[in-house]
Design a protein around this ligand. Sequence first.
Ligand code: F6R
Length: 609
Amino acid sequence: MCGIFGCILKDEDAAPVIHAALKRLEYRGYDSVGEATIYEGKLYVKKDQGKIDEVHMLHNLDDLPGSLGVGHTRWATHGAPLQVNAHPHVDCSGQIAVVHNGIIENFAELRLELENHGHVFKSKTDTEIIPHLIEEILKNNSSMSLVEAVLEALKKLQGSYSIAVISSKEPDKIVCARNESPLVIGVNEKAVYFASDIPAFLPLTNKAIIVDDGELVTLSLGNVAIKKIADSQVVVREPKIIEWTPEMAVKQGYPHFMIKEIHEQPSCLRNTLRVQEHYADLMSTFLDRARDVYLVACGTSYHACLASSYMFSKLAFLPSFPIIASEFVEQCGKSVNIDSTMLAVSQSGETADTLASVNTARQRAGTILGLTNTIGSTLTRVSRVYIGQQSGPEIGVAATKTFTSQLSVMAQLALRLAKKRGKVSQDEMDFLEEKLKKIPDTVEEIIQKQEGKIKQIAKKYKDAKTFFFLGRGISTATAYEGRLKLMEIAYVPAIAFPAGESKHGPISLIEPGFPVVFICPRDETRKTLIGNIMEMKARDASIIAILEEDDEEIKKLADDYVEVPRGIPEVLSPIPFVVPLQLLAYYMALERGFNPDKPRNLAKSVTVK
Ligand code: F6R
């Protein structure tokens, strides 16, 4: 997730306006920043790694000439946060500049093709292929306009994007386009703006046009021309008046970042399906060869590791040890050697216990693999191979969208590994890949259909003194994560166990009305799980079941239930099944009068440079 903004102004310099707008978009990314403007037929660019204020101190982002320009604030996906990788990216001639938010999946093939035609690339980003591609198209079709060349280029791109293109040869326009990444246009009498999100221009205008997927927009002063990329059909769309305050706008109208991020999960999961093949292959090779595999993390990321250990075992027959990072050195430190592989999982890439485990493993010659949301973090620097999970910055302290993205990446790794090891048939592989592709839609459906019901459940149980969360098999990880969310933001003491373990002690806590949340995917553990539900019912516990929509048997046993779509394979089930638990924690926090974005005693790790 990155932030893009640009403007054409009537009688003002664009650079200070772009700079101020990027500051308002900093929540979308903050590892590098850049601007490009056009003045008297020449393109000017300033960009560097670092937060906007740091880059401004060094380069004075307000000091670029011209009343038309574009800007970008980056959250790295391809290529580390370095000056060369910062946007805007330009073509060989230095005439075309592009800012981009999204992921171009086929950039490696396109780059090779363009290099064969003599194009010289400076960065490691997927974005840089876009200005070169447009340059190549214009080189071969000298009568083409910039808009036509952009349209042509877009037809070759696979992946997600919102882009903006400027050219010193056509200095009065900005060409933007959107596919799966957000893009909005702002208008007033003196200017026209584009941005990833409305907050970028809200102090300047409240008249906005929302661009849809598959549309291209040409901006010039006083004119916004929209057409469909596929067939150039003209689209007429009037601006809407946005009533949000600036604070509401940053949260896109949601009251808290946590709920905004829960709702972002379908789009994050779509991005996560675009992991870089090369790194995923390399990682699965290391995992395949290792004698011992340790999956190491803290908190929510640890729960992702726990779920992954089931995925690796069930799909690829690979045993692995999920270990809480703060225990790793004591528990396993001495067992690590040159044949060990540690897959460290950390949203921030900076969690001290995780990094301490990594250091121990490195000192003992183990191989370090990393999964993180923060390219440029310490974890990416110390890993032999790392994968960026591409969830965008998570501002809510409680991890939500980054958890489901981690699970999706791990499922993809498990599938690759299974293929490498010949452990699943092609039919099963095709089936699981297809299901994984549909998970974003499944999550979208759960949020749409169940949020209201979960609100009511939170109301009903808001005064409960304690909660139980129980699941079996891979759903044990889901239960742990549900408990953590409820404890950390709603301050309800909660207990989670593999359901089979509950009768070995914890069941003594149960008394009439005690809420017990059961995670009930239709998998091999179902029969025994129903037994566990009966045990709790016999003691008059209140059963809250997260179940598949046609599961009439468990519905009859439950006091309350939340439905997820049917037919979710067991190994993928934690992704959709955790979503109702995130929503439950969120609404319980509200019911109990707490701010879910500001849990006491907790703060997010950030990259220290
Ligand atoms: C829970 C939460 C924490 C983090 C943990 C690890 O909602 O946010 O438990 O999961 O502190 O953080 P990372 O993944 O950054 O290493």
